[in-house]
Design a protein. Structure first.
Length: 285
């Protein structure tokens, strides 16, 4: 059986993109020990604008002009709130567990799509959603004290689902580069006011370097995933998104001596299974 070269390249790009996003999570976790999350969200978006803007400005003005500012606002507000939730989870729970909360997004996407854009979903998709929520319950482990950061991280997954459905809704007229640019720009503006209203924090030289690295790896991660899904079918490469849990578990073990608990691993396995069921039910449709 011959391997499809495009699918192999796309899969490798997804794996590399998730490695960049895990690196971003490591930087956030390191900075989050001292730096308030309001500052982290602002600098993450500000450095993304500085990196992306020059490439867009070199092109025609039509690449930036949009008639869908309302949808960009919805995408940006939900995306920034999801970022706040994810950054809070990263700063307060194990790296791998925080990545698990991020992986709940695919469970919420079909529900958001049904109620917002009236998308029809199959019974197999609903089965995947049920499996996913069972995984979430096991991951949270209600028999013990549920961690607030885990709940916040899962809320971030739901908000990220709204952002992704917004992208789907406006993708008929908006190119990816424009969507990424407006998210970074509006995200920077939205996060500026909470940062100014919070306590003053002046980063050290080392922290400035880490913040620059945060913008770079975050942008590279976006580029890799965008490129991957532009050259290969999502149904064939989407499963490699879950490599982030492997990277996060390895990084947590090496740098923070963390290892996911048994219930977290079981919950993560069910959440990943749910994502695959939903993914392949869409492929069949």
């Amino acid at each position: 059986m011959r391997l499809n070269k495009i699918v192999v390249i796309g899969s490798l790009l997804v794996i590399l993109g998730e490695l960049f996003f895990t690196s971003m999570g490591m930087i956030i976790k390191t900075l989050g020990e001292n730096m308030p999350s309001h500052h982290l969200v602002f600098y993450r978006n500000a450095f993304a604008v500085l990196i992306i803007a020059p490439f867009l400005l070199r092109q025609k003005a039509t690449q930036i002009k949009t008639q869908r500012i309302g949808m960009h606002l919805i995408r940006s507000i939900s995306g920034v709130l999801a970022m706040y939730c994810f950054f809070y989870a990263l700063a307060n729970i194990e790296l791998a567990n925080a990545m698990v909360t991020k992986l709940t997004g695919p469970i919420f996407i079909p529900l958001v799509a049904v109620f917002w854009i009236h998308e029809k979903v199959s019974l197999k998709t609903y089965l995947g959603i049920i499996i996913g929520f069972i995984g979430v319950i096991i991951f949270l482990n209600p028999s013990t004290e549920i961690q607030l950061a885990s709940l916040v991280g899962i809320l971030g997954g739901a908000l990220a689902a709204i952002a992704k459905v917004a992208i789907r809704k406006m993708s008929d007229t908006e190119p990816i580069a424009r969507i990424v640019f407006y998210f970074a720009l509006l995200g920077m503006l939205f996060s500026l006011f909470p940062m100014l209203a919070s306590e003053t924090y002046i980063p050290s030289i080392n922290e400035w370097m880490l913040l620059l690295g945060l913008g770079i790896v975050g942008t590279l991660g976006q580029f890799c995933l965008t490129k991957a899904y532009s050259i290969a079918p999502p149904s064939q490469i989407g499963a490699f998104t879950y490599s982030s849990l492997l990277w996060a578990s390895l990084a947590g073990w090496l740098f923070w001596n963390e290892w996911p608990s048994t219930h977290a691993l079981i919950g993560a396995a069910l959440i990943i299974t749910a994502g695959l069921v939903i993914l392949y039910s869409k492929k069949k449709a």
